[in-house]
Design a protein around this ligand. Structure first.
Ligand code: SF4
Length: 461
């Protein structure tokens, strides 16, 4: 905190150093995706420290015990390779915990050594360490490249490669691959599809796994998650919709290439237009009409926007997070007449720059945005030092800048370590959009009330 006070507005060109990254490590995304498969035990092939970090970050975000194994690398495995540790771990996990599936992801160390998960998995099977009917799936997730979003995407593809198949008999269902989002958002996608009468297979689906009820009884494998049978029939579906370009393109393209299941990649349905595009796509792909109940929810959101945009118009916002979340959020911010002044995403991609240019082209401000390893919260802070904003939107790590600069913070994205609600209440869809609007408005108006002189301190807006 004290160090942040030394952040200056003098921005120097950096070639390599990242300070306060707007991202986290690949295996965290892989572990989260694996939790969205029923009866699946994630396993981190690396040191205990890596696994402790992945598990604790997910545990602190979801406030649930996150189960995962580790290959527990020592000096020996670091030099000679982790095959023996992984085969022992596979044997122990199936013997002690009896999952249906083990989802192995690599780490920086095992990737640097050059451990080959395909070869080790085959050896584990040949050695009789994988019981009849049980499955190993795996994904390569070296964290010196990419981010938690890359890791999520890689494990999604690993899940599909492990199970998805085609019988040739259409199942009449639509595949949905949600990006790295909250379980509450996945539940909202399911609710909207059910309202339209669309039968879906959603992979991964962490609803009920990382946001389950307190029952007084510990369950290592909760009821939620996509089942193996569901995933196995994805090759027979009428199409696949990916929600988030960065996290789902590989999975969508895999199903298209392997099983000729046509894919559509959309942004996450956050905000009015992004949700419109999602609902329209569902309608076009399935032919199902949009029910009155969904039109009603949309109308409520439009009503809120028209009632309150006068209080939000012209307010400047700085955002940090994942591109799949940021782009629709920025679209919503612009819709509200607010200014997305500064946006950073640790996850890189040319589409981010292109889309940001498109979204901000009519905004009356020289908006700054950047993606990739050097697009960090330090840079965001420097931009803010030069010209402050009215609101911050991003994960818990932004609270230091919020405190240092005395700017309200709306927590959104991953990880959120010091608040609750994200697991249970969606920001997807029209009702989720209404919740976002409520939070944005509350942050702006609370600050206005705090700073208002006695003569302008009004009871009613
Ligand atoms: S960045 Fe690499 S070394 Fe660090 S926790 Fe992630 S996988 Fe492990």
């Amino acid at each position: 905190m004290a160090l942040l006070r030394h952040t200056t507005g003098e921005i120097k060109e950096r070639k390599a150093l990242t300070v306060n990254p707007a991202k986290t490590c690949q295996p965290i995304g892989a572990m989260y995706a694996a939790l969205g498969v029923h009866n699946c035990f994630p396993h981190s092939h690396g040191s205990q420290g890596c696994c402790a970090y992945h598990r604790s970050t997910l545990t602190r975000h979801y406030k649930e015990p996150i189960v995962a194994g580790t290959s527990s690398f020592t000096e020996g495995s670091s030099v000679f390779g982790g095959q023996s540790n992984l085969i022992t771990a596979i044997d122990n996990i199936f013997t002690l915990y009896d999952p249906e599936i083990i989802a192995v992801h690599t780490t920086c160390l095992s990737e640097t050594i050059g451990d080959d998960l395909m070869q080790i998995s085959q050896k584990a099977k040949d050695d009789g360490k994988v019981p009849e009917g049980k499955v190993l799936i795996y994904a390569s997730t070296p964290s010196y490249v990419g981010t938690h979003i890359t890791g999520y995407s890689n494990m999604v593809k690993g899940i599909l490669k492990g199970f998805a198949a085609k019988t040739g008999t259409p199942n009449g269902k639509l595949n949905i691959i949600p990006g790295f989002c909250e379980p509450s958002d996945m539940a909202e996608v399911r609710r909207l599809c059910a309202m339209m009468g669309i039968d879906i297979i959603m992979v991964p689906d962490t609803n009920g796994v990382v946001n389950g009820p307190l029952t007084g009884k510990y369950e290592m494998f909760p009821k939620g998650g996509a089942t193996r049978e569901e995933i196995a029939s994805m090759g027979d579906s009428m199409g696949t919709v990916g929600l988030g370009r960065w996290a789902t393109t590989d999975g969508v393209n895999f199903l298209d290439a392997e099983f000729k299941v046509p894919g559509t990649i959309l942004g996450m349905p956050i905000g009015l237009q992004a949700t419109d595009r999602f609902i329209e796509t569902l309608h076009k792909l399935t032919g199902k009409p949009v029910p009155e109940a969904i039109t009603f929810e949309r109308g409520q959101m439009v009503d809120i926007i028209s009632d309150y945009d006068q209080y939000l118009y012209g307010k400047k916002v700085a955002l940090a997070g994942d591109p799949d979340q940021l782009l629709p959020l920025v679209e919503l911010i612009v819709t509200l007449g607010m200014i997305p002044a500064y946006v950073v995403s640790g996850t890189a991609g040319k589409y981010f720059d292109d889309r940001m240019a498109e979204l901000t082209k009519d905004v009356p401000y020289d908006c700054k945005y950047k993606c990739g390893p050097l697009a960090d919260m330090y840079l965001l802070h420097q931009w803010i030092k030069n010209d402050p904003v009215d609101l911050l939107i991003g994960n818990t790590y932004l609270k230091y800048i919020a405190r240092d600069e005395d700017i309200p913070l709306l927590r959104h994205g991953f990880p959120i370590l010091d608040r609750m609600g994200h697991q249970y209440f969606p920001t997807f869809g029209y009702t989720g959009g209404m919740r976002l609007l409520e939070k944005i408005l509350a942050a702006i108006m609370d600050r206005q009330d705090r700073d208002a002189p006695e003569t302008r301190f009004e009871l009613q807006m």
